[in-house]
Design a protein around this ligand. Structure first.
Ligand code: AMP
Ligand code: MN
Ligand code: MN
Ligand code: MN
Length: 307
């Protein structure tokens, strides 16, 4: 996921921090309304508790935060109250795992009623089976000589029902099988590599229906990360638009500048709102810290104006 060396990452973080501080001191904070609408806590595969994610975002100068754990709403209340205590805006979020033409894609949901029955039941249906899948992943890893992966990954999963490939990744780094998470996902846990096991995720239509039923809006997470040809991406975006999809993530911790330009163009062409999110999973693991991303390119309509 990371696009540059840790040293360059640290310099970039310092520059963003200085830039936002200068603009704030000049009373121009409205010019850089700092939204981070994509991050994770220990309720899925993040390293910090929901309240600590919110406190860190506030300390980094975020104005509006959405916690968007994978397939779970468990962290929203704690994050919301920590955000309120820090005087920072907060909006409900979730990152839903879906399958589209055999590819795993992530759809973000925002500003929904977190007690809505259909949304909660839908998320429960895709969480079910994660533990079985993790056991199968462990057996597959055993076949290539990696023992104890189920227990090893579970040690990292504060919420066992959300055991994910990220927890297996941390175990594989801990045991020296790979030097970092990026190398893990080059050689393991992805289709065609040891440790990858298919799972039944939601459909694109389901994910949109659940969030819309609960009164929310959706965005396609990190569209630059999917291995789709240009024609397939267009087919996906057209289908998403037909189903009522409102937004795409344009500025993302997983995007290069080229992705930002490309998806900015798609947002204009298809009339999508644009979103911005770090996809922060934890200190030392994510290249972009909370709120420390470039601003949306000019001329795009920010999704947060529609909340
Ligand atoms: P799962 O929901 O179990 O399929 O796990 C997906 C999670 O694995 C993602 O949300 C990321 O946290 C992590 N992940 C997937 N691909 C990568 C990658 N290339 N680099 C780092 N983390 C990744
Ligand atoms: Mn994740
Ligand atoms: Mn994702
Ligand atoms: Mn994410």
């Amino acid at each position: 996921m990371d696009k540059a060396s840790p040293a360059r990452g640290a310099i970039r973080r310092l520059c963003y921090h200085a830039w936002f501080t200068i603009l704030r001191c000049l009373g121009l904070s409205s010019a850089v309304f700092n939204c981070d609408l994509h991050c994770h806590s220990t309720c899925s595969d993040g390293l910090l508790a929901p309240a600590d994610v919110a406190a860190r975002a506030a300390a980094n100068g975020v104005d509006l935060l959405a916690l968007s754990d994978h397939d779970s709403l468990d962290g929203l209340l704690a994050a919301r109250s920590a955000a309120a205590a820090a005087g920072m805006g907060f909006v409900n979020g979730v990152e839903i795992s879906i399958e589209w033409q055999a590819l795993q894609i992530h759809i973000l949901g925002y500003a929904f009623d977190s007690s809505h029955q259909a949304l909660n039941a839908g998320l429960e249906s895709i969480r079910a089976g994660r533990v079985d899948r993790a056991q199968q992943m462990s057996s597959e890893l055993e076949k290539v000589g990696i023992a104890g992966a189920f227990d090893g990954a579970m040690r990292y999963a504060a919420n066992p029902s959300l055991i994910s490939r990220a927890h297996f990744g941390r175990f594989l780094v801990e045991t020296g099988v790979a030097k970092d998470l990026r190398s893990v996902f080059e050689s393991y846990l992805v289709p065609g590599r040891p440790g990858y096991v298919d799972h039944r995720w939601a459909t694109l239509a389901d994910s949109l229906a659940w969030v819309h039923a609960a009164g929310g809006l959706v965005a396609v997470a990190h569209p630059g990360r999917y291995k789709l040809t240009r024609a397939e991406m267009r087919r996906f975006l057209a289908e998403y638009k037909d189903l009522g999809g409102e937004a795409i993530e344009v500025v993302s911790g997983s995007h290069t500048q080229e992705h930002v330009d490309t998806f900015g163009r798609y947002a204009r062409e298809y009339g999508f709102l644009a979103s911005r999110g770090s996809d922060f999973h934890g200190p030392g693991e994510s290249y972009f810290d909370l709120g420390q991303l470039a601003a949306l390119p000019d001329g795009l309509k920010p999704i947060w104006k529609a909340f």
